[in-house]
Ligand binder design. Structure first.
Ligand code: ZN
Length: 108
């Protein structure tokens, strides 16, 4: 590949250009890091959605954890973020349901 700044040919694996020292946008590295944790991002989204639909207390935190793992692995896909958001909504929804149940119970 060629350096985008100085145009000199550099190693395909190079992260910085040896000629001018500018950071090279290595497409190979970018693709690899983007696919890293993809499974976790998908699992996060699925768990998050399930937690909203079913108000399941287990899948909400799982969605948050899977999303965090995906982000830790360098995954930049919006799926991980959506999974975390859905997981948080699911947990909050479950807490509201529990609070409603407790308040209903205490009235009797
Ligand atoms: Zn260069």
């Amino acid at each position: 590949m060629f350096c985008p700044k100085c145009g000199k040919e550099i190693n395909d694996e190079a992260v910085v250009c040896v000629n001018c020292g500018c950071a090279v946008n290595n497409a190979k590295v970018k693709t690899a890091s983007n696919s890293d944790g993809k499974g976790f991002a998908i699992a996060s989204l699925i768990c998050g959605i399930v937690s909203i639909i079913m108000f399941a207390i287990i899948t909400g935190p799982l969605g948050i954890v899977f999303g965090a793992i995906a982000k830790n692995k360098g995954n930049t896909s919006p799926m991980a973020t959506a999974g975390i958001v859905c997981g948080v909504i699911g947990v909050i929804g479950w807490l509201i349901l529990m609070a409603m149940g407790v308040s209903l119970f205490s009235e009797f």
